[in-house]
Design a protein around this ligand. Sequence first.
Ligand SMILES: Cc1cc2nc3c(=O)[nH]c(=O)nc-3n(C[C@H](O)[C@H](O)[C@H](O)COP(=O)(O)OP(=O)(O)OC[C@H]3O[C@@H](n4cnc5c(N)ncnc54)[C@H](O)[C@@H]3O)c2cc1C
Length: 497
Amino acid sequence: MNTKNIIIIGSGLGGLSAALRLSSLGHKVTVLEKHSTAGGRLNQIKADEFTFDLGPSFMSMTYELKELFESCGIDMPVRLVELNPIYQVYFEDREKPFRIWKDLNKLEQEFAGIEPDLAKKAERYLKRAGQIFHDTEYRVVKRNFKNKLDYILKLTRVPPKHLPFLFKNMWKEVENNFSSEEIRIIFSLVAFFLGSTPFQTPAIYTILNYTELKHDGYWKIEGGMYRLVEALVKLLEERNVKIVYNTEVTGVEHTNGTLNAVVDQNGKQWKADLFIANADAASFRGTILHRPNYSEKHLDAMDWTLAPFTVYLGVRGKIDGLMHHNYFLGSNFRGYADTIFTSTISPQKPYYYVNVPTKSYSECAPEGCENVFILCPVPDLRFKKDWSDKEQLADTIISDLSKRTGFDIQKNTLQRITLSPVEWADMLNLYKGSGLGLAHGMNQVGAFRPRNKDEKLSNLYYVGASTVPGTGLPMVIISSKLVLERILNDNGSVLKN
Ligand SMILES: Cc1cc2nc3c(=O)[nH]c(=O)nc-3n(C[C@H](O)[C@H](O)[C@H](O)COP(=O)(O)OP(=O)(O)OC[C@H]3O[C@@H](n4cnc5c(N)ncnc54)[C@H](O)[C@@H]3O)c2cc1C
């Protein structure tokens, strides 16, 4: 393919990965970013001597990250550290948390007297999930489709024995395999990583249990997740990629099916041969391109993942009860999961996740202090518009966490930042504050997800969480490979693996 001028709209991991792949091939790439820093959801917040990762706190399928750098002829610029134990889970009615180990015999010991023969049962369950993973990874996940028919034909190559997993939910599958409520809940927590609940998520996503407990596992990045963005930005600078910050694309100029320029909030036109939107692939089509199929009414009718409610705390002292990754669950799991999506009020007894990077790295907080990130999945702005009560919800969570860890967090708080879905939506243009973008029901994956090539403008492409294959850090890296493949293919070249 001849050298092209390429504009990428957005500097999330999807946009940065696409920029690295294209600039490594010699193309001239400019990235336009609405926010003041790069990374999108994989960002950071600084408050005095505390440095917080904004969103993601771990990564799976790290071989996708390795592939990104290897394919560009670059040595891995960050150090990955595997989580072991992966995380711990606090239940409301138990003082001691359960530690979740990849070693299934160790896991069985942790649940002695609760889930008999856990190692054997988990082995069988994970073997089944692993078969689905390997039978779909190359056939449907890491693949571009010409159209819906092409997708359906590719699906027919997946062994039909997996078909029932499309029609039952994840909870049903864990219920069939495990007898204790504790293990059922813990194995179904991965549904929340998809921004959903196990009662809404098809059982094929038990593949996430496989990636967590058997396959590549979960990894952190030494020094914090933002190190990855810093490394990417440096590599892009070396390749003369310009990232223009505080620049939001608000309009487009096109003629005869070709996009000539995108227009920013100040009316400036940015011209290029080729454009890639890393902004949400569904809402960009609606808000910027004004496509009737993506009007607000249509977007609202789609299935979106839960919104994040996040609290960043700089705490004086060390909190002994916490590890790097922790879950705090309440009672009535089913009732909670059934109502959080559509509730119009803040959760009264919230379930939440706590990440404490200072348990692994000291540099993100002053000496003797703890860096605490709390994430509570909440309804998006379609259901709960008013978040003026956000500090009350933060107080509820902090007081619960203090009680359950036996450490007075309120009294020792040096820094506190609270972000509700309103701020998440404004900051990064996340549609109605949805944290992970479009959900992953069968009607919104593969060829039924917004395509990575525009329907009408021949030189406009998409990368990121709401186009193929889906959300999460490894998926958006795959997305950058798929869009490169699509672009090369359209221009008479092929991607060399
Ligand atoms: C709280 C939270 C925790 C998470 N935890 C994990 C985790 O632990 N592990 C994991 O794998 N995944 C996690 N995820 C998911 C992961 O963060 C996302 O799937 C991934 O980062 C999405 O990357 P992206 O490139 O698609 O989009 P984004 O990161 O959203 O980047 C898009 C960029 O485009 C910019 N933009 C948007 N519109 C415009 C416009 N019109 N003009 C210019 N710029 C624009 C935005 O400002 C943004 O910088 C988490 C997400 C959240 C919210």
